[in-house]
Design a protein around this ligand. Sequence first.
Ligand code: ADP
Ligand code: MG
Length: 384
Amino acid sequence: MHLQLKKSLKDLRSKKEELRAVFDLAGNGISILNEKGTFLYANKFFQTMMEYTMEELYNESCISLSSPEYAQPSKTAVQRAIQEGIVERFRKICVTKSGKQINASMSLSYIKSTNEIVMITSDITEDIKYQDDLKRRINHEVKKRTQQYEIMCHQSRLASMGEMIEAIAHQWRQPLNSLGIITQGLRHLSNSENFDFNLLNEIENEMIEKINFMSETIDDFSNFFKISKEKKYFNILNSVKDTIKLVDIQLKNENITLNINIEDGVNLEFYGLENEFRQALLNIVDNSLDVLIRRKQHEGFINIDFVQNGNFLELSISDNAGGISEKNLQEIFKPYFTTKEDGNGIGLYMSKVIIEKNMNGSLSARNNENGAVFTISLKSEEQK
Ligand SMILES: Nc1ncnc2c1ncn2[C@@H]1O[C@H](COP(=O)(O)OP(=O)(O)O)[C@@H](O)[C@H]1O
Ligand SMILES: [Mg+2]
């Protein structure tokens, strides 16, 4: 009996030593605490990590080794472990003997039979540093991109302004000429012997008409370029017509025909930023117009087709200017890509951002037998 007991005790001791050896080899801090959180045992890893010897640790607790703001949460964690049996991955900051702070993740497990707590401590300082660094780098990158995007928006607006002034110049040329001729007529009238008041009336009306037309043009343009961040319901056909109006005189001057074809049963009501949509469309139509003029296309045309494709409204803008080379098709939506000496290469990039990012649609380009085809596809779900 005595001998057997002795053997059992020896076995137990050697098991305990084995366990210690395993604990000491572990790559994490392992410690045993009493119900108050005071250390009863800590493996080598924990001692090294916290810079305390085992003798010193007997006088410390997992609460006293916490940074001040984590003292109370550590106490609560010990109590919770006792009540609930386990507390997993509780994060806190520990303070080593020399005052170094360590970000730690602790798991506590309560052993009822001995009223002790096993605590595993992992040093996650490096992980957190890595994560913080990653977060900082991502923030920096996002900020840089946002800035770039804002610059592009600004450039795009400047480019639009330039185009707008050019278009106004086109719209005004004819009425301005007329006004010039009328003014000369007035001098003639005042020099003649029989002053004709009827003719003066006619001239006055004509002048008012021209001036009204000119002021309407300015209104159209300034409405068009107003920045509005307010989403609203709009009829997409009306938007298309408003957009075309801005290049109407240019189309006439260049003998370019513009056709709008609408398939039966197309849903034209949309919800979103109408001005942005018109801007995107104008960029595309402007390009067609531009290429038709540059390539001196005889009987040039631009077609705008509305087709309902399941849940999607497809709006295709096509022309007969000869299209885009296969190589350039891959490039045209990239910012600053242009084949024009005086181009800026922002138009299509902005159109794509507006349609895809802001309207959840898609914008793509291809060629048909006559020229380029740009297709805007908008999901009908956008209609609310
Ligand atoms: N309808 C079209 N036909 C042929 N090429 C086109 C057409 N639309 C756009 N492109 C090509 O795409 C390029 C990029 O267009 P865009 O982004 O509007 O910039 P930009 O008009 O300043 O060149 C143009 O330079 C042109 O080469
Ligand atoms: Mg352009």
